[in-house]
Design a binder for this molecule. Structure first.
Ligand SMILES: NC(=O)C1=CN([C@@H]2O[C@H](COP(=O)(O)OP(=O)(O)OC[C@H]3O[C@@H](n4cnc5c(N)ncnc54)[C@H](OP(=O)(O)O)[C@@H]3O)[C@@H](O)[C@H]2O)C=CC1
Ligand SMILES: O=C(O)C1=N[C@H](C(=O)O)C[C@H](O)C1
Length: 271
């Protein structure tokens, strides 16, 4: 029997952290060896699975981390920054779902990808991976239709538009031979004037306990196409991230996405 994959979860006490812990507990492929929270977290030093279970405790940072094969990160830009430093220094694979990343951190991730395998996805659900492909096709097939992306999330989400909305926007822009830097519109207020042809608009809803909803609207004259995904349970993201972690361990350094894993699996399944 091969030994279990030594896993660290970065952001282990959060909404995604809890979804991951619930799955990891029952998944024999993994041994959870480190569970990271922020410095000053109320969880720091407390038992991850309760007093009666294993002795693993939440820890702030990476100084006390034992040997790790892969880090799964859902923490936030600051947490990701620290995990990136740890993974690069130790040659550890990194799976990250953190969104709201600025240009400086993007550059550091790109640099790290030369040294370690990094798998990133703004959304780890299978449904959104398929939605992105459908949107690419629709955006290219209906090049003159107006395109708007609407997303809704719980009220505690810190970044906007969501990473998924931006990823969908990038996919659609690429399919139309343009970029979001050129055609993305993020704010409409006062009298913005008539819609600029070819622009890709974003609208954001925040409130309650919405897990994550994304709709791409392709608006024509007298008709429209709506492509929607609604997540109702965070375990879909957690499951996708753990599949990615198992897939990523042992790969050569580089930038990987969820499609790399899905397409490889599909190719293997086809005789
Ligand atoms: N790609 C995807 O499929 C998905 C991505 N996300 C993204 O994942 C991220 C986290 O989301 P969510 O779980 O809702 O957020 P939460 O706020 O619920 O959790 C954040 C977690 O990160 C920890 N944390 C905060 N700062 C640091 C730090 N500097 N170092 C280490 N740990 C830290 C927090 O610890 P504590 O509070 O105890 O200090 C907490 O455990 C967001 O960027 C979100 O957009 C979310 C869902 C799906
Ligand atoms: O913060 C969240 O909750 C989510 N964030 C991701 C995003 O920004 O797209 C994915 C998912 O929609 C949930």
């Amino acid at each position: 029997m091969t030994s279990a994959i030594r896993l660290a979860i970065n952001g282990a006490s959060g909404r995604m952290g809890h979804a991951l812990l619930a799955l990891v507990r029952q998944d024999r492929r993994f041994e959870l060896v480190h569970a990271v929270v922020s410095a000053g977290s109320t969880h720091d030093g407390t038992p991850v699975f309760g007093e009666l279970s294993t002795s693993l405790r939440y820890a702030h940072g990476w100084d006390a981390a034992p040997a790790v094969d892969v880090v799964v990160d859902f923490s936030g830009p600051e947490g990701l920054s620290a995990a990136l430093a740890y993974c690069t220094e130790r040659g550890v694979a990194l799976v990250t779902g953190t969104t709201g990343i600025d240009e400086a951190l993007e550059a550091r991730i790109a640099d790290a990808e030369k040294r370690i395998p990094v798998l990133r996805a703004a959304n780890f659900s299978l449904g959104v991976a398929v939605l992105a492909r459908l949107l690419r096709e629709a955006a290219a097939a209906l090049p003159d239709w107006d395109l708007e992306i609407v997303e809704a999330h719980h009220g505690r989400k810190e970044d906007a538009p969501s990473g998924t909305a931006l990823a969908l926007g990038h996919a659609a822009a690429e399919a139309r031979g343009t970029t979001l830097a050129k055609d993305g519109v993020y704010v409409r207020e006062g009298r913005p004037g008539a819609r600029r042809h070819g622009s890709i608009g974003f609208a954001v809803v925040r409130g309650g306990d919405v897990v994550g909803e994304h709709t791409a609207l392709l608006l024509g004259q007298g008709e429209r196409v709506e492509l929607s995904h609604r997540a109702t349970d965070r375990s879909i993201f957690a499951r996708g991230a753990l599949e990615a972690a198992a897939w990523l361990v042992g790969r050569k350094p580089g930038a990987y996405g969820i499609d790399d894993m899905l397409l490889e699996r599909r190719a293997r399944a086809v005789p």
